[in-house]
Design a protein around this ligand. Structure first.
Ligand SMILES: Nc1nc2c(ncn2[C@@H]2O[C@H](COP(=O)(O)OP(=O)(O)OP(=O)(O)O)[C@@H](O)[C@H]2O)c(=O)[nH]1
Length: 258
C-alpha cells in the first residue's frame, strides 16, 4: 500500500494575474518558499514532497492522518496569500494512488474554480495489499568529471533533463513508479517492489538512450521515508564498491516472507 497526497494551489492561475500580472520573480520566490515549508512540515511527519509543477505537488504521506494534513493546510493559509487543497489517495502502486488522489480532487471542482478552496479529501479504499514500498535513488556515475566540469552550465541542465525524462517515463510506463528529479544528478523513484533484473533493465535502457551511466541504491520499507533512507545508504555502497545496483537484502527477504 502506498499513500499519495496531491497538493494543488487554489485558483492560483487567476491570482497570478489579478488585478494585474504579478512580477515573475516574486511568484518564483513564493513557490520556492511554499515548497520549502511543505517539505519541512511533511518531512517532520515522515513524508516526502516533490515539487511537481510547483502549483501542483505530489507527496508520499504514509502514516500521516487527514487531521495532520488539515493542520499543515491551515498553517499554509496563515503564512501565504494563497491556499492549498489536498487529496489523499491510496493504492497498491504509486501510479494507482496518484490516479485516485487526482480523480478525487478533480471531482471537487476545477483548479481555477474561485469557489473551491482548501478542499481536504481522503480516499476510503480499504482492500489493499500490504506490500512494502520501494524507493530507488538513482544517480549519474561520475557526473562531476563527465558533465559538471565539462559542459557549460546550460548544456549540463539539458544533459540531466534528457536522463531524468527518459527514466521517469520508463519507470511510470513499465513499473507504475513515480520518479522525480531532486537536484544535482539525483532522481528518486517511489516504486512497487522491484527485482534486480528490473533495476538492471532500467539502467541499461537509460544508457542506451542517453549514453549516461546510472547507479541506483534501492530500499524497501513500510513507508517511503524508511525505504528512502535505505536507498541512500545503498547508493553509498555503490560508490564504495563500484557497483551500479545495491539493495538491502535483509528487507527483501523479510518482505518475500510476508
Ligand atoms: N538532492 C540531492 N543531491 C545530491 C545528493 N548527493 C549529491 N547531490 C548533488 O549531486 C551532485 C553530484 O554529486 P555526486 O553524485 O556525489 O558526484 P559524482 O561525480 O557523480 O560522484 P559519484 O556519484 O560518486 O559517481 C552534488 O554536487 C550535489 O549537488 C543527494 O543525496 N541528494
Amino acid at each position: 500500500m502506498v499513500q499519495v497526497t496531491v497538493l494543488q494551489l487554489d485558483n492560483y492561475g487567476p491570482w497570478t494575474v489579478t488585478p494585474n500580472p504579478r512580477r515573475e520573480t516574486d511568484l518564483q520566490a513564493l513557490q520556492a518558499r511554499l515548497y520549502a515549508d511543505l517539505c519541512q512540515q511533511f518531512g517532520l511527519l515522515g513524508g516526502y514532497v516533490f515539487y511537481g509543477r510547483f502549483d501542483n505537488l505530489i507527496a508520499f504521506t504514509d502514516g500521516i492522518s487527514k487531521r495532520e494534513h488539515g493542520r499543515i493546510q491551515q498553517s499554509i493559509d496563515n503564512l501565504y496569500p494563497v491556499s492549498v487543497s489536498m487529496s489523499i489517495g491510496r493504492g497498491n502502486t504509486p501510479k494507482q494512488a496518484v490516479e485516485i488522489a487526482s480523480a478525487n480532487l478533480q471531482e471537487q471542482g476545477s483548479s481555477q474554480d474561485a469557489d473551491r478552496s482548501e478542499v481536504l479529501v481522503e480516499d476510503e479504499i480499504d482492500e489493499l495489499h500490504t506490500t512494502a514500498v520501494g524507493v530507488a535513488h538513482f544517480d549519474v556515475v561520475d557526473v562531476t568529471d563527465k558533465i559538471t566540469d565539462e559542459e557549460n552550465a546550460y548544456e549540463a541542465c539539458l544533459s540531466m533533463e534528457s536522463v531524468y525524462s527518459d527514466l521517469m517515463r520508463r519507470m511510470y510506463a513499465d513499473y507504475d513508479a513515480l520518479s522525480f528529479f531532486v537536484g544535482g544528478d539525483n532522481i528518486i523513484s517511489v516504486t512497487p517492489k522491484l527485482s534486480d533484473s528490473a533495476l538492471d533493465e532500467v539502467i541499461v535502457k537509460t544508457k542506451q538512450n542517453t549514453n549516461v551511466q546510472l547507479q541506483v541504491g534501492y530500499g524497501l520499507g513500510d513507508t517511503p521515508s524508511e525505504a528512502g533512507m535505505q536507498a541512500k545508504h545503498n547508493l553509498e555502497l555503490c560508490r564504495e564498491k563500484g557497483t551500479v545496483i545495491e539493495r538491502d537484502r535483509a528487507v527483501v527477504e523479510r518482505s518475500s516472507a510476508d
